[in-house]
Design a protein around this ligand. Structure first.
Ligand code: ADP
Ligand code: MG
Length: 244
C-alpha cells in the first residue's frame, strides 16, 4: 500500500504551498481516481508517489519504503509506474520495440525475458506489428498506447495515469479506459487522474483534490452525490459526454 501522510510541498518559486497537508492511502489492487480543478496539485502529488519529488514535510511510504530513503528509490520507481500526461515526454527508443524494452533492460533481465515482455505488452495494447515503427510516426493515440506498454513492461505493482485520455478521440479514449480496466482486473493498482468525470465512474474510490488538499473522498456514487461541493470548485457532478 502507498501511504501519504500530511504531505506538504512547495516549488522553489516563492509561491505558496502547492500541497498543503495531503493524507491518503492507496491500497494494492484498487482503482483510485484523483480529480480536481486545473492547478489543484494532482500532478505534483503523483510525482511524489514514485520519488520524482520529495516532501518538504510529511511522508510518502510505498510498501513500507520511505521515498526519502535513497536506498529504496530504485525499487519504489520500479513498483510505481508512471504514465505521464504527455506521452512524447516518455519516448526514448528509435523504434517501438526499443522503446518498450528500455525499462526492462534497466532491470537486468535476460534477453529472452525482455523479448517476452515487449511482445506481451505490445499485444496487450493492440500494437503487435508496430515493432519496427519509429515512435515519431505514430498518432497521438498510438503514442499513448506505447507509453502504457513501456510502463507495463516494468511489471509495476501500481500504475499512475495522469489524464491518460486527454486529447484522444472517443474511440482511442475507450481503448485506453479498457486497458486500464483490464490491468486493474489483473491485479494492478491504478491511480487515475481524470479530467472527465465519466472516466472515474468505475473507480473503487474517488479522491477530490482542491488547492493542494483532499476535499472529499468516497465511492463514485458518494462523491457524485456531493454535487454542490463539486460545482463550487468548478467540477461537473454529472459525467460529461464525449464530443462536448
Ligand atoms: N515545475 C513547477 N514549478 C513551479 N510551479 C509549478 C510547477 N509545476 C506546477 N506548478 C504549480 O503548482 C500548482 C499545481 O500544479 P499541478 O500539480 O500541475 O496541478 P494539476 O495537475 O492539478 O493541474 C499550480 O499552481 C502550478 O502552477
Ligand atoms: Mg496535472
Amino acid at each position: 500500500m502507498i501511504r501519504v501522510e500530511n504531505l506538504i510541498y512547495r516549488y522553489e518559486t516563492g509561491s505558496p504551498d502547492c500541497l498543503r497537508g495531503v493524507t491518503l492511502d492507496i491500497a494494492e489492487g484498487f482503482h483510485t481516481a484523483l480529480i480536481g480543478p486545473n492547478g489543484s496539485g494532482k500532478t505534483t502529488l503523483i510525482k511524489h508517489l514514485n520519488a520524482l519529488l520529495f516532501p518538504d514535510a510529511g511522508t510518502v511510504c510505498v510498501d513500507g519504503m520511505m521515498s526519502t530513503d535513497t536506498s529504496s528509490i530504485r525499487e519504489i520507481r520500479r513498483r510505481v509506474g508512471m504514465v505521464f500526461q504527455n506521452p512524447e515526454s516518455q519516448i526514448v527508443g528509435m523504434t517501438v520495440e526499443e522503446d518498450v524494452a528500455f525499462g526492462p533492460e534497466n532491470l537486468a533481465l535476460s534477453s529472452a525475458e525482455i523479448r517476452r515482455r515487449v511482445d506481451a505488452c505490445l499485444a496487450m495494447v493492440g500494437m503487435t506489428g508496430f515493432e519496427k515503427r519509429a515512435p515519431h510516426t505514430l498518432s497521438g493515440g498510438e503514442k499513448r498506447l506505447l507509453s502504457i506498454a513501456g510502463v507495463v513492461a516494468m511489471d509495476p505493482r501500481y500504475i499512475v495515469f495522469d489524464e491518460p485520455t486527454a486529447y484522444l478521440d472517443p474511440a482511442a479514449k475507450q481503448r485506453v479506459l479498457a486497458i486500464i480496466r483490464r490491468l486493474n482486473r489483473e491485479g494492478m493498482a491504478i491511480i487515475h487522474i481524470a479530467h472527465d468525470m465519466g472516466d472515474v465512474a468505475e473507480a473503487d474510490r474517488v479522491v477530490v483534490i482542491d488547492r493542494g488538499q483532499v476535499l472529499l473522498t468516497g465511492t463514485p456514487a458518494e462523491v457524485f452525490g456531493e454535487a454542490e461541493r463539486l460545482t463550487a470548485i468548478g467540477l461537473n457532478a454529472l459525467p460529461e459526454r464525449d464530443g462536448r
